[in-house]
Write a protein that binds this ligand. Sequence first.
Ligand code: SIN
Ligand code: CO
Length: 389
Amino acid sequence: MQATRRPEVLSYNAAMKKLTLLGNITPAEFLRDYWHKKPLLIRQAIPDFKPLLSRDELFALVKSEDVESRLITHTGKQWEMESGPFEAVPPLTQKNWTLLVQGVNLHDDAADALMRQFSFIPNTRLDDLMISYATETGGVGAHFDSYDVFLLQAHGHRRWRISAQEDLSLVDGVPLKILKNFQPEEEFILAPGDMLYLPPQYAHEGTAMDECMTYSIGFRAPSYQELGEAFLESMIDTIDLPGRYADPDLKPSNQPAEISKTMLTRISSEINKVRFTSEDIALFLGEYLSEPKSNVFFEAPPALSRAKFLQQAKKRGVKLERKSQMLYRDPYIFINGTSFEVESDDLGILAVLANERMISAEKISFASDDVIDALHTWFTDGWLSWLEA
Ligand code: SIN
Ligand code: CO
């Protein structure tokens, strides 16, 4: 068996490599000095960067029901926001509008590959790549986000004004989050290939200086409330409390409306038998974080028998479809909201698929029957495709 037993051993150590993307510092230095702490402006993070999608390709994308998009226009203090799909966008000669296209990584291989350049941050934290298109003077106003963001300039120029201000109060009665008292402290003009990192809650305002496209690589950080509610919901079918309330020792009552102390104590002790283990939480977390968004659909390929699949896989290798989310936590593998408990050796090879999003043809030859069964099922569901054409 070629696969290493523990997935940790498989991951190469990228943390110590200086990256142009981060302004020639290492991911470890970036995380230590900037992540959640302070902004970082990186001139030419991607030298000679060219937009991955043309303006027309972007406008074609927002016609689809499967693509989440918003159109924002403003005149003076008046803000308007509309949700897609959009058959047409405002005229290009009209100033002051912004089209935000969420989750472009789900629809375009190059956008997915760009987002994966940020894989020094775990997939559990990576959300999506959003593209904003703006005509001159367009922008979404001064605001703050609850998540970290990398703002990569793709086309034209954008002026960013930013502030560490603590006053995050918002204007009432507008359809988007606009800061009441924005006090910019720094200002930069970004050209294609430049990138600005902003930590959560950092006030900012981007204004298009000309026709402008900005790519936001955004992160997810679920609230504990959201996690708690989803966890309890996921556990509902596992609760097992046998028996029924009984009171053979019941005494006559003068206050029939009162919940008696005896009843409360007895029921509390039964309900307090519900216990959650860290395994329950790991299973929930893997399924929850790998669950595709509601607008994600997979297309099943033409049916292929297991034998034919294996024959092809040994020649071509397999890769995760760009919409697939795969995670693991020993001994579990999670893919697109489902979980599997796997043998240690199988975990090794499946962790390669999760981390590198592909398994080479050569490695497939070493996979167990169980792994091939799983790969075949996922291929049939449209979650995997061939690595080599
Ligand atoms: C934009 O790119 O127009 C908005 C992105 C942001 O401010 O987070
Ligand atoms: Co923002």
